[in-house]
Design a protein around this ligand. Structure first.
Ligand code: ATP
Length: 280
């Protein structure tokens, strides 16, 4: 069976629970899905309040991309219900968004755990890099916490496949300026290299316990600062070795930035050293 076959599920097999939050297209609920093998799986159900054909298509495009993805640190799609009311059903991650989790757990999380989260997000992005997929919205609000030692990259609502040496030219204006690379702000140019920049900002958020990047600036001031060489400062908790990686992710020239597979190697080594020498 092909992927669309495998992800077709029956509404009768789902029990909808309480509201988890508000998504862009509609409410997100938790629930239980009874799989064909009889297994009961906790799920998150994304709904779409506007059921016009073009909105529905945009809503379902995220699930379309997620169908092909299979990685331990990427949110897992369970299935899609393509008849009204359309639903996207995903595995549930009880601890919610990483951003909120960092705030709640700020006094208990160790540096080694923070590096582990960054390494896991980086592995997910190295996997996407191999598929020529750009994510375009890498931020702690789009990472979910599955367990205290496991995070999953989610929110593929802005993701696109790009051919090698090509890029995705965005048309939408709902863009996260403070996370974006200069070429994305200036020319709406999105590539794996611009994802690397955003990943750097996401690592900065992680070590800042989810402070907003450039909270001291207006969106309109960010590009001028970046072009005059200003970068986000080292968060107090961020090890210098990691901050030095971040400054490389924030090279003005996209082709000078490291790849995700290189970043995985560096972060893996830093994580190892932190565990050995700080035994935290
Ligand atoms: P936006 O584009 O504004 O971020 P969205 O349409 O992508 O919205 P999400 O952010 O993915 O919607 O979901 C809305 C809320 O539902 C989030 O706050 C998140 O906490 C929760 N949520 C979504 N998916 C899951 C999941 N798999 N497990 C647990 N919680 C989830």
């Amino acid at each position: 069976t092909d992927n669309s076959e495998r992800h077709r599920i029956c509404r009768e097999d789902i029990v909808v629970g309480r509201i988890l939050g508000e998504g862009f297209f509609g409410e997100v609920h938790d629930g239980i899905y009874k799989s064909p093998t009889g297994e009961r799986i906790s799920v998150a159900i994304k709904t779409c309040k506007d059921c016009s054909a073009d909105v529905k298509e945009k809503f379902l495009s995220e699930a379309g991309l997620m169908k092909d993805l299979d990685h331990p640190h990427i949110v897992r799609l369970i299935g899609v219900i393509e008849v009204d009311p359309v639903w996207i059903v995903m595995e549930l991650y009880e601890h919610g968004e990483l951003g909120n989790y960092l705030v709640q757990q700020q006094y208990t999380l160790t540096i080694a755990t923070l590096i582990l989260y960054c390494l896991q997000i980086c592995k997910a992005l190295a996997y996407l890099e191999g598929l020529n997929m750009v994510h375009r919205d890498i931020a702690v609000r789009n990472v979910l916490v599955a367990s205290p030692k496991c995070v999953k990259l989610g929110d593929f609502g802005l993701s696109r496949y790009v051919d090698e040496h090509e890029y995705y030219k965005a048309s939408v204006s709902r863009l996260p300026i403070k996370w974006m690379a200069p070429e994305s702000i200036n020319f709406r140019r999105f590539t794996t290299a611009s994802d690397v920049w955003m990943f750097g900002v996401c690592v900065w958020e992680t070590f800042s316990m989810a402070q907003q990047p450039f909270f001291w600036l207006e969106n309109g001031q960010v590009i001028n600062q970046l072009e005059s060489g200003v970068r986000l400062p080292k968060p107090q908790l961020c090890p210098p070795a990691i901050y030095s990686l971040l400054t490389r992710c924030w090279a003005y020239e996209p082709n000078v930035r490291p790849s995700f597979s290189q970043l995985v190697c560096s972060l893996r080594y830093t994580h190892y050293c932190t565990r050995v020498f700080l035994s935290s």
